[in-house]
Ligand binder design. Structure first.
Ligand code: FES
Length: 371
């Protein structure tokens, strides 16, 4: 029996009869002769020349049978589920930056914001799983199963023509042309699934510097300086020579990577020798000064303060900054002073910022001057 004689879904065709000895099919069949044949004839001819030997054929379900309808419904279900999960991913991913602003991930945001990453991962993972299950069920329950062996040989025009006929035969035999519901679901799934895979690429064409995130921090005029537990600070709360790490009194302020600031109360002798950078003479308040805690070398938190020498040490690569000289680097690899936060006190006597930092905090980067 020739396997191309049966029209079972999924059969790639082939012949169980021995073909002629291999060699020179292009000489036996001109392009015009091949073009004149239909797809089944080319498929059969190619199989003979390819020396395909079919060992076993297990046909798929009979067209129109209950078994086939059940299998089709099952595959349709999985593809439809994959499409819906892909759409759910798109709603969360695209919507969070558009019509679902609460869903956008932010530090210390709403419950929806916290669910953004888990939800996108969950929907994408389940969509991929559904596609996989749908394909496995499709191949197992709707395609015929065939075992064939074939000698390997180099390609030729003849091989290309007959191979394309075999591939088209595979499409015919898959029954997709006949199973409209399944084909429609497959198309719907492919669109939604493709959109799900492409949508995250949109992040690559966004301007990462929109809103100047590297040049701004949560500090702004009137924002109180608070401790990690949220309590505000007044002048006099600290001993001379001490350092307190403070954060802006905004939501998530104590978790913002660029907001951590050192509030330092100078000793009287240090105050007398204080040298402030030009234009920053009034950035301090009384004997208090505030500097960014983010090292200008590679961004480590500088946190070791030696009050006798007035030096702040960075533990990562041992840069040292002189507090009484505008926190300029005096040792180590850092080349830029720690930015100073202009401070004052509000009506209730608590420390507040007078503005954001006037220059980017953290490591120096190539276009720092241009933002
Ligand atoms: S990060 Fe501070 S010295 Fe390198």
């Amino acid at each position: 029996m020739s396997t191309t004689d049966h029209q079972r879904p999924g059969s790639a065709g082939g012949s169980d009869e021995a073909g002629p000895a291999h060699g020179g099919p292009d000489e036996d069949h001109t392009p015009e002769q091949l073009a004149a044949m239909d797809r089944v004839e080319r498929d059969r001819l190619g199989a003979r020349y390819d020396g395909v030997e079919v060992l076993h054929v297990e046909p798929g379900p009979t067209p129109g049978s209950k078994l086939e309808k059940q299998a089709t419904r099952l595959v349709t279900f999985w593809f439809l589920l994959a499409a819906l999960l892909s759409l759910a991913f798109l709603v969360v991913y695209v919507g969070s930056g558009w019509f679902l602003p609460d869903w956008q991930w932010t530090v210390g945001g709403s419950a929806w914001s916290a669910a953004f990453t888990p939800l996108t991962g969950l929907f994408m993972g389940l969509a991929l799983t559904s596609v996989g299950i749908g394909l496995v069920v499709f191949v197992k329950k709707l395609m015929p199963h065939e075992t064939a062996v074939q000698d390997k040989h180099d390609g030729s025009h003849f091989d290309r023509v007959t191979t394309s006929a075999t591939l088209l035969g595979g499409l015919d035999n898959s029954g997709l042309r006949r199973r409209k519901l399944l084909t429609g679901t497959l198309g719907f799934m492919a669109l939604a699934f493709g959109a799900m895979l492409i949508a995250p690429l949109g992040g690559l064409i966004k301007n990462p510097n929109k809103g100047n995130p590297l040049g701004t921090t949560p500090w702004a005029e009137g924002i109180r300086l608070v401790r990690n537990d949220g309590t505000p600070i007044r002048p006099g709360d600290q001993q001379p020579g001490s350092l307190e790490t403070v954060f802006p009194a905004v939501t998530g302020g104590n978790r913002a990577a660029d907001a951590a600031t050192m509030l330092i109360r100078l000793r009287p002798a240090q105050l007398q020798n204080l040298q402030t950078p030009t234009g920053q003479e009034d950035f301090g308040y009384g004997d208090y000064v505030a500097y960014s805690k983010i090292c200008t070398h590679a961004g480590c938190p500088v946190s070791l303060y030696e009050q006798e020498t007035g030096r702040i040490l960075c533990p990562c690569h041992q840069s040292q900054f002189q507090v009484t000289e505008g926190a300029k680097p005096v040792f180590g690899p850092a080349t830029r002073p720690l930015p100073q936060l202009p401070i004052t006190v509000d009506d209730e006597g608590y420390f507040v910022a007078r503005s954001d930092y006037i220059e980017p905090v953290g490591p120096t980067y190539w276009n720092r001057e241009s933002i």
